[in-house]
Design a protein around this ligand. Structure first.
Ligand code: ADP
Ligand code: ZN
Length: 510
């Protein structure tokens, strides 16, 4: 039987699906004819079939490298239900259990072996594999090889050994990471420079993106939940354990079924909460990013962020957990001046070396630019991921309620002057008081009511000033002062605006 007929038959008879999704068939054909592949598909896109079908069709055992034990066991269970012989091997198993799997492997009884990378790369294990003969090597969550990525696993760096040991065995690397730099890094580090790259659009049209700026975070979240999700299932991400605990209690207090989840909790309690979340149609998980990879709940109706993720790539991954069933879902993020200030300062003050800092800063910048974007947010997100979207999406805040652009150039010049005249050491609240010409004890004490900038911005309401300062900080025209407590200073780039070489526009609610 021709190869593509075999794969169709397996798709139908084993998996019960009538058609391949793009680009599954092309990937399978590549592997079946001995080639290597890199597959980039969003979570839920159907990556597993790309290696499971060749694994079933080809003689020998397919090795699947996976970073997460829970994920491996789920897959093995699912394959057993379909009548496929598969096992997992990782150091969390009893030695006797591991031995049993090795016996199965040596007896060539397995179609698929899911294996943790450190277990796979043991000398003895590699020798067994050389004797049994393997049909293909699949490396799942391949972005874990990216050293500066958010899921880096040092064991993944040694996986290129497989390519040397099994040069003629087809290799496939799979990831839901869309960041173009990471793609290049994966191919290089796994030793697969000539692999065919297959990708599917990363657009998730059913997800509606919204950015909530400035208003108090928790109250805004509550308002969002009451308006859009009075009884659904969702995830609320926070940056710290403490904030997770506080937010969960606070949501419970307001009648929402919220559960905390973070790495400081006992494994048993974490598992209990994860199960409750998984099984209930109405449940809110308040979590740090420790709650992430491997969540497989199709009806998550919203993903809310009370803090900014480290990069737009992380934001895409985290929000991708919403609406896997294809029904409408929300990605909502709260974002304000304080977030930008703390993140910028944390990167500047970190001990990382300069290259790392620059990378962290450029990642943060992508996230900030998304939050400040005044055009279609989906267009911005997709172009960051290396895709283009024709026309506006019609399903993001900026498309649904377009803002009026305010020419804020003059106001920005006033803000810069206020920072400069007060000695580049004061925080945003004081600066706004100065601009608005308020009488505060601090202003009198510092004599700031005698400055030329005092009161020059009294025609602009405080909220608008706050939005402008946030924008200026997000765009790095102003920066946290390295020594000050909350003080702001000017960046070189502010000169372009001061001299009128550049204009600044800010979106205002229509
Ligand atoms: P990923 O690993 O990309 O997150 P999975 O491989 O777990 O995604 O697949 C996600 C879901 O899509 C699974 O429920 C799977 O059964 C389903 N699926 C995959 N391929 C097809 C297909 N060709 N037709 C119908 N359903 C499919
Ligand atoms: Zn849009």
């Amino acid at each position: 039987m021709p190869e593509n007929q075999i794969s169709h038959q397996i798709l139908r008879d084993v998996f019960g699906h009538s058609q391949f999704r793009d680009p599954q068939e092309k990937v399978i054909n590549t592997l079946m004819s001995g080639g290597n592949a890199l597959v980039l598909m969003p979570t839920g896109g159907g990556k597993s079939l790309c290696y499971q079908i060749p694994a079933i069709a080809l003689p020998g055992t397919a090795i699947v490298v996976s970073p997460l034990i829970a994920l491996m066991e789920d897959q093995v269970r699912a394959l057993h239900q379909l009548g496929i012989s598969a096992s997992a091997l990782h150091s969390g198993m009893e030695p006797a259990q591991q031995e049993r799997v090795e016996v199965q492997l040596a007896a060539r009884q397995l179609k698929l072996l899911y294996c943790a990378p450190e277990r796979l790369l043991q000398e003895r294990m590699l020798r067994v594999l050389e004797q049994t003969g393997i049909s293909l090597v699949a490396i799942d969550e391949a972005h874990c090889v990216s050293q500066w990525g958010y899921d880096f696993r040092p064991e993944y760096l040694r996986l290129h050994i497989l390519r040397k040991k099994f040069p003629s065995t087809p290799h496939i690397a799979l990831t839901a990471t869309a960041d173009p730099e990471t793609r290049v890094e994966i191919l290089a580090r796994l030793g697969l420079p000539g692999a065919a790259v297959f990708s599917r659009s990363f657009d998730r049209p059913n997800i509606r993106y919204s950015v909530c700026r400035n208003a108090p975070p928790r109250e805004s979240l509550l308002d969002f939940l009451r308006r859009r999700h009075p009884c659904s299932s969702g995830i609320v991400y926070c940056s710290s354990r403490k904030k997770v605990e506080e937010t969960a209690v606070w949501l419970q207090h307001h009648g929402f079924p919220a559960l905390p989840y973070h790495a400081g909790m006992s494994a048993a309690l974490r598992q209990e909460h994860q199960q409750q979340f998984q099984q209930n149609a109405i449940a809110i998980m308040v979590a740090t990013v420790a709650f992430g990879m491997g969540i497989d709940k199709p009806d998550v109706r919203f993903v809310a962020h009370l803090n900014l993720p480290k990069s737009l790539e992380s934001y895409y991954q985290e929000t991708g957990r919403a609406g896997r069933d294809g029904s409408p879902a929300d990605a909502w993020i709260h974002y304000g001046f304080q977030d930008v200030f703390h993140l910028r300062r944390r990167i500047r003050e970190s001990d990382s070396h300069t290259a790392r800092k620059a990378l962290d800063e450029s990642r943060l910048q992508s996230m900030l630019d998304f939050c400040e974007e005044q055009g279609c947010q989906r267009q911005y997100l997709l172009s960051y991921l290396g895709e283009s979207l024709e026309g506006r999406c019609g399903n993001c805040d900026n498309c649904l309620s377009p803002q009026n652009p305010w020419n804020a150039t003059q106001a920005a010049q006033k803000a810069f002057s206020a920072i400069y005249r007060t000695g580049q050491q004061f925080g945003v609240r004081h600066l706004i008081d100065v601009l608005q010409g308020r009488q505060t004890p601090r202003i009198r004490q510092m004599g700031h009511d005698c400055l030329s900038v005092y009161g020059i911005g009294s025609d602009i309401p405080a909220r608008r000033w706050q939005a402008l300062f946030r924008h200026l900080l997000a765009k790095a025209y102003i920066l946290p002062h390295p020594e000050g407590h909350g003080g702001l200073m000017l960046d070189e780039s502010s000169r372009d605006i001061l001299r009128g070489k550049m204009e600044i526009y800010l979106g205002l609610p229509a």
